[in-house]
Design a protein around this ligand. Sequence first.
Ligand code: DLL
Length: 437
Amino acid sequence: MIGLYHDREIETMDKEALSALQLLRYKKTVADALKTPFYKKRLSNVGLESAEDLRSLADIKNIPFTTKEDLREAYPFGLMAVDKEEVVRMHASSGTTGTPTVIYQTQRDLDRWTDLTTRSLVSVGCHKGDIFQNMMTYGLFTGGMGLHYGAEKLGMMVIPVSSGNTKRQFQLMKDFGTTVVHATPSYMLYLYSKMEEFGYKLSDFKLKKALVGAEPHSEEIRKKIENLFGIDAYNSYGLSEMNGPSVAFECDQKSGMHLWEDSYYMEIVNEKTLEEVPDGETGELILSILIRTATPILRYRTRDLTSIIPGPCSCGRISRRISRIKGRTDDMLIINGVNVFPSQIEEVIMKMPEIGTNYRIVVKKNGLLDKLIVQTEVGPSIFSDDARDMNALKRRIIDNLRASITISPVVELHEPGVLPVQEGKAIRVVDERGESK
Ligand code: DLL
């Protein structure tokens, strides 16, 4: 539905007005950042002693990047830019190693984030009267609470069920006539695979939309979710350092995610040279948050690989679109010297209609060489005891994968429901090579 906006003025402002707003907000963020010991030192090293030293958006390039390690070193209070009494909420992300990174918010910071999430929900056609079942984890993770308040503000009825307890998810979906769900894409597929076992069928539900995010997924996975449930699925991107969900969100055109540029300043750089890349070229997404005073973060290296989609979107929104996240700079596997992104494997197997709803990539040492194993479930009607059928399918998967990643993996086929599932983000890659890789 083109022309449905939450805040038409901001969402459709012209380029000059947007740039002026960005500069104003960037200066304010620098002024906040200078109140923290961390940035005071960092910025004075490059001669930025006051916000007024930032004269144009071009000057942003002189600001040093901020990394996850920087945020860890600043734990717990090194990046708090307001009095502790002003802070009303914190979120944290632990990642896989050690010290968490912490983000603080004032009430005003939260209000602005909420407004963005409302905007995102409106952009995919959600409205007052929708029943919103929030299957993302509530807690220090931002996925649950992040969309919760935006949905309430829009007037949706929120079912704050959080993640897990699949049987209960079905019961709530049926009894309350859920129209919109928010979940990880892997959980949506798992949900579908369990429907029959728990005694439900699609006609029990009134589901129309799924908002999926928090983990990488291919266009094939989106299509699978849409086809299995007979609904629309929209991609939602965010990270806790930038508040959480609603950094970038697809609109109803499903042609890339609008990165809300009035609230985040984006750059896409070559991950090695750290120079900006042209539109359309893939690089690492660098983000500065423009709408938070309690924890300002400038030029954050997200490690996420994406590109700017050139040209305007037919929905009329000014914020430029980024492509689906293609991987992370740190998730590339090197298998016997060949670079492989897990997303390449997913794209190939999920295109094949025989493949079920779950898969896993395992890498092992086999003597001096690496061994790539692709374990995948097959659809319930496909799995058979006939070894010839299964071997023929394996052969086709191997051929398709070799055409894309140039190496032949070992393929293991499994019955539906056999491979492990996570309540939160899916763990798709298990690298068992240890230090020797
Ligand atoms: O995952 C925030 C979020 C919650 C986003 C709910 C969307 C929906 P973190 O736990 O800090 O925050 O993880 C952030 O997850 O840097 C990406 O690598 C990945 N990620 C998030 N959304 C997507 C997506 C939340 N749509 C990290 N596609 C990010 C691919 C995603 N990767």
